[in-house]
Design a protein around this ligand. Structure first.
Ligand code: GDP
Ligand code: MN
Length: 380
């Protein structure tokens, strides 16, 4: 057989093995729901909301927060704002005449980036539990109760939730989210999960530690640091939120590439955690290293070599292979792949992670970005 074809087969095989191992572990453990015994209690909660030019949607967000099922006198809302538009004015209007929840407004003189803003907000938050939420998201009314029930467990200091409805209807995103939810349940049942989600992350206040001012993965960074300090950080699929997303290839790249850069940089910064902290460092972190750092390069090289092998085996007919991949990407981004949509979603994520690695190698990735106006239309 052609040497290129052998190399291509080996590469595809090597890329697949860790995924198959993880799948086998999943099939063996069959993790479902939260990994801990939840207990209902009512600690005081600080809800942290960072805003940068969200005037169009901030009222919707506040209405949504005021509708959570939780005693309002036990809630404090900490807003940290660096807007140049009417965001602050809108927030003040919403709170006019309201005694509860208490409002703490931190006004920044200029935009410094999300991570420094959050560090200030976390310092100002005075309640037992701190919930961080993004302006462009909605929470299920019971999200807070479900989340704090996990924190009743003494070993757990942070919990994140599940995107149950992708606003705007992107099937690329919902396909990926359903795969991710299974991965995060397995990770949480083994020990702790890596990724914490911007629309909903809850932390015990006394476990919070400052994050890197340049961080592009603020919630995940905080969770990782808390895990390194000894407490578990878990994913509970019963904690529901909603966020908007695109399907189109080009539109997805900006946000997803940036998020990928944040995660890859974080893993590399904390490479010394590999192998430590029980199954977190022995299974969860290595799997994420594989998925986010190694596998995207293997996928890219496999595509090139398989194309080479196809051409050397079948001549011009071999071009059918890259054409098929192109058709797969075209149908995938138009949400037309039906049962195979989830495979495209993973491929899409690998594309972002590959591009993110390249950008990081080129020295890109500071702490501010253009807020996606189109995604906010779903909330107006
Ligand atoms: P994405 O969801 O990862 O694309 O991030 P977003 O652009 O939606 O930002 C997440 C949240 O942080 C939103 O509520 C933004 O308004 C807010 N935000 C983004 N950048 C800044 C910033 O520089 N300062 C402050 N205070 N908030 C920010
Ligand atoms: Mn967002």
């Amino acid at each position: 057989m052609d040497l290129l074809a052998v190399v291509a087969l080996v590469l595809v095989g090597v890329t697949a093995v860790p995924y198959l191992c993880f799948l086998a572990l999943y099939a063996w453990l069959r993790p479902t729901g939260s990994p801990v015994d939840k207990r209902s209690w009512e600690p005081t909660v600080s809800i942290v909301l960072p805003t940068y030019n969200e005037a169009d949607i901030v009222e919707t967000k506040l209405d949504d927060l005021l509708a959570v099922d939780y005693p309002k006198e036990k809630i404090e809302l900490v807003v940290v704002d660096s807007s140049t538009d009417d965001t602050l004015k809108r927030i003040r209007e919403c709170f006019e005449g309201l005694d509860v929840p208490e409002l703490v407004l931190l006004e920044e003189d200029e935009r410094r980036g999300l991570a420094p803003a959050l560090n200030d907000a976390y310092k100002a938050a005075s309640n037992d539990v701190v919930v961080k939420t993004d302006c462009d998201s909605k929470l299920s009314p019971d999200a807070l109760r479900e989340a704090v029930a996990n924190l009743a467990d003494d070993d757990v200091a942070a919990v994140t939730g599940q995107n149950v409805e992708v606003l705007g209807g992107s099937e690329v995103e919902s396909g990926y989210r359903s795969v991710q939810s299974h991965i995060q349940q397995l990770e949480s049942h083994l020990d702790s999960t890596l990724i914490f989600h911007g629309p909903f992350s809850a932390f015990e206040n006394d476990a919070i530690i400052p994050i890197d001012p340049n961080s592009l993965a603020d919630d995940t960074e905080l969770a990782l640091k808390i895990r390194r300090n000894g407490k578990r950080v878990i994913f509970d699929p019963a904690v529901h939120y909603m966020e908007a997303s695109h399907s189109a290839f080009r539109k997805r790249r900006k946000q997803k590439d940036r998020r990928g850069m944040g995660l890859i940089r974080l893993l590399v910064q904390h490479r010394d955690a590999l192998g430590k902290y029980g199954k977190y460092g022995k299974i969860v972190l290595p799997f994420n290293w594989w998925f986010m750092i190694v596998s995207p390069w293997l996928v890219a090289v496999s595509l090139i070599i398989t194309t080479g092998a196809a051409v050397s085996l079948f001549g011009v007919g071999g071009v059918a292979f890259p054409t098929l991949v192109g058709a797969f990407a075209y149908l995938g981004q138009n949400d037309c792949l039906g049962p195979f949509q989830a495979f495209y979603s993973i491929f899409d994520t690998q594309v972002s992670l590959f591009r993110a690695s390249v950008e990081l190698l080129r020295g890109k990735g500071d702490g501010t970005w253009e807020v996606d106006a189109e995604l906010r239309e779903a909330f107006e």
